[in-house]
Design a protein around this ligand. Sequence first.
Ligand SMILES: *[C@@H]1O[C@H](CO)[C@@H](O)[C@H](O)[C@H]1NC(C)=O
Ligand SMILES: *[C@@H]1O[C@H](CO)[C@@H](O)[C@H](O)[C@H]1NC(C)=O
Ligand SMILES: *[C@@H]1O[C@H](CO)[C@@H](O)[C@H](O)[C@H]1NC(C)=O
Ligand SMILES: *[C@@H]1O[C@H](CO)[C@@H](O)[C@H](O)[C@H]1NC(C)=O
Ligand SMILES: *[C@@H]1O[C@H](CO)[C@@H](O)[C@H](O)[C@H]1NC(C)=O
Ligand SMILES: *[C@@H]1O[C@H](CO)[C@@H](O)[C@H](O)[C@H]1NC(C)=O
Ligand SMILES: *[C@@H]1O[C@H](CO)[C@@H](O)[C@H](O)[C@H]1NC(C)=O
Ligand SMILES: *[C@@H]1O[C@H](CO)[C@@H](O)[C@H](O)[C@H]1NC(C)=O
Ligand SMILES: *[C@@H]1O[C@H](CO)[C@@H](O)[C@H](O)[C@H]1NC(C)=O
Length: 525
Amino acid sequence: MGLHCTLPFFFLSCFLVNFSSSEVSPCAPKIYEGAFKNLVCVCNSTYCDEIEPLGTVQNGVVVVYRSTLDGDRLKRMSSKLRNRSKLRDFEANVTITVDARNQMQPIIGFGGAFTDAAGENLVALNDAARKKLLEAYFGRNGLEYNMGRVPIASCDFSVREYSYDDVSEDFGLKNFSLAQEDMDYKIPFIISAINLTQGNLQLFASPWSAPGWMKTTGKMRGGGPLRNDSRVYKTYADYFVKFFEAYRSKGIQYWGLTIQNEPSTGADMDWRWQTMNFTAETMRDFLRGYLGPALKANEATRDLKVMVLDDGRGLLPGWADTMFADPETAKYADGVAVHWYGNLYSPAILLSKTNEKHPDKFLFATEACAGYAGHHGPIMGDWFRAESYADDIITDLNNWVRGWTDWNLCLDETGGPNWVFNVVDAPIIVNRTAQEFYKQPMFYALGHFSKFFTRGSKRITVKVEGSLAVSGTAVVLDGGQRALVLLNKASSNTSASIVDAATNDVIQLELPARSIHTVVWNKKK
Ligand SMILES: *[C@@H]1O[C@H](CO)[C@@H](O)[C@H](O)[C@H]1NC(C)=O
Ligand SMILES: *[C@@H]1O[C@H](CO)[C@@H](O)[C@H](O)[C@H]1NC(C)=O
Ligand SMILES: *[C@@H]1O[C@H](CO)[C@@H](O)[C@H](O)[C@H]1NC(C)=O
Ligand SMILES: *[C@@H]1O[C@H](CO)[C@@H](O)[C@H](O)[C@H]1NC(C)=O
Ligand SMILES: *[C@@H]1O[C@H](CO)[C@@H](O)[C@H](O)[C@H]1NC(C)=O
Ligand SMILES: *[C@@H]1O[C@H](CO)[C@@H](O)[C@H](O)[C@H]1NC(C)=O
Ligand SMILES: *[C@@H]1O[C@H](CO)[C@@H](O)[C@H](O)[C@H]1NC(C)=O
Ligand SMILES: *[C@@H]1O[C@H](CO)[C@@H](O)[C@H](O)[C@H]1NC(C)=O
Ligand SMILES: *[C@@H]1O[C@H](CO)[C@@H](O)[C@H](O)[C@H]1NC(C)=O
């Protein structure tokens, strides 16, 4: 335990007490060359840093977890709730007002994707290191992920193009079977994750393309729609059902699905990997006429949550309007899935507008990754990619999204494997030769939310005044506990005064330059 006071904010920082428990392991840092401090935490078969549990938050106590460009990684500290009336003269750089009386959308959860690429990297690690990696995401002292996305058959993060039935004109799906990849790269790790989360993992599946023979083009790669033939539509709907039944026979029950990954890319006939064309109209007709009825007719699929779109928010609210205007279609849909690509060109207000027009359908973020444009692939230890994750999650939640799903759980040092070399970054990078893995800053950025914004907690209002470099979002848990995430993109320390509008309690905090905080406290009795 140690007090640290820094001028000119001594008044604030004296109240932050380091809390380091001997029970959890700290980050084993590795620093890469770069203009900024590019730091990862190294894990291997015998060692991995853990996150100190929150535990019970006593009344009057504030628990703070902090990550910084400078090298803190979900470091636990504590402070005290203060009485607002005693702080009249205090001037902070930013005032953050949290109002737990305004409760909004419930949180569904946070997670990542069990791609073939992630599975190949997991297989490449020895048993002990692989166990540590899965614990880092799904374990009690890890990020406590509770969502997982699974591609239906192959995608670009596979090493080959395959579907579950590549026998042409097999309308009875007699030749349907899961692939070797499901057995080797997906199922074992999904089962471990279910176990580590004690059954709290909610899985959803997404196809990149129907089997090639069901498309007008005869191949999975490249755009193009399903053949306009009722036998094809019916068979493709049955193909979904067979997928969920096959996973169920392996002990894996899903929570939901998206109808098509990034349907807009299917308009490009030369798209470099598996995709398929749906417009809002064709997706509506397929859901209403075929997929919806097939899912409802089968016990294994009846309760699945069906998400439409699964593409950039720039297509909203139009896509949702078209699909949900038809009550028969709307009956079969539960939510709208969004990806972050293209967010720069489409304002987040489109999400709020969609929520306003379709309040009975939830919004959920189903894919995001860094390193897909500009510098392709991983940048080891890059803090700015962590900021972009935190920034997007805050923006999404503040616009009615109920949770956020990262892309590949882990990738290799090149950002693959990917059969068309569409390499990207991931929060965990596996080094096969060294039999170790690296937790990128993005990993901790996700943890600031996933560990504290528990399923069923409700988003509450956060107002930030005094700086455009600071943003935040918060939830209230059953029982009144609040959790607030603050992102500080300023390049200098920023003093913050957090006001709990419902109780008039105040928290004083110094936000270091380029930092992310999760602040947790209870409503005073
Ligand atoms: C694993 O990492 C720890 C901590 O950095 C180190 O002490 C140990 O030697 C490493 N073990 C192996 C097998 O590399
Ligand atoms: C806060 O200050 C007000 C005014 O001084 C006082 O009435 C109130 O009891 C104080 N509350 C607590 C919890 O100390
Ligand atoms: C498809 O299934 C049929 C009948 O079960 C079988 O005879 C045939 O060999 C299978 N074809 C392939 C390519 O697996
Ligand atoms: C998790 O695995 C352990 C050990 O393999 C086993 O004892 C336990 O029953 C499993 N728990 C669940 C929820 O599957
Ligand atoms: C499919 O064919 C029918 C009947 O020929 C036609 O009315 C419909 O517009 C076609 N749909 C698509 C998506 O091409
Ligand atoms: C794909 O979808 C677009 C609209 O997004 C549509 O105009 C086009 O005709 C479709 N292309 C093919 C090949 O079906
Ligand atoms: C992976 O390990 C090898 C061998 O120890 C090392 O040379 C290489 O730099 C490591 N890669 C990364 C990204 O740290
Ligand atoms: C915070 O306020 C102090 C005192 O007014 C000022 O010197 C400093 O520049 C401010 N910092 C930021 C990041 O705005
Ligand atoms: C900024 O905050 C950090 C962490 O609290 C502290 O170590 C550092 O001295 C502060 N820098 C300045 C200029 O106050």
